[in-house]
Write a protein that binds this ligand. Structure first.
Ligand SMILES: [Fe+2]
Length: 106
């Protein structure tokens, strides 16, 4: 079985189909990025996936924050969720930076 960076499971389900679909897409792009790194794809390919992930995440954050505000979701929970998004993006950049450190030290 292929190794994944992050695996979707029921614990991530929010119960809102649009949000779950967007979260699954974030996971999918994050895993594609991880695969690009593992397979030694070209820098251009890695950057393309990284850009796609960051653009998709930004759009998702805006849509989700708007949706949560509209339904009166508690502000502390919104902040917690924003922090989870940010952590995912930080992890992606850490994987990317680690890859470049390895390449530079060879
Ligand atoms: Fe989200």
């Amino acid at each position: 079985m292929a190794t994944k960076f992050i695996v979707w499971s029921k614990i991530f389900e929010s119960g809102v189909p649009e949000i779950d679909a967007e979260h699954k897409m974030l996971f999918e792009i994050a895993n594609k990025f991880y695969d690009n790194i593992r397979h030694g794809d070209s820098e251009a390919v890695v950057f393309e996936t990284l850009n796609k992930l960051v653009r998709y995440a930004e759009r998702h954050f805006r849509r989700e924050e708007k949706m949560l505000e509209e339904i009166g979701y508690p502000e502390d929970k919104v902040m917690h969720h924003k922090a989870q998004h940010q952590r995912l993006i930080t992890q992606i950049f850490e994987v990317w930076e680690t890859q470049y450190e390895i390449v530079e030290s060879v």
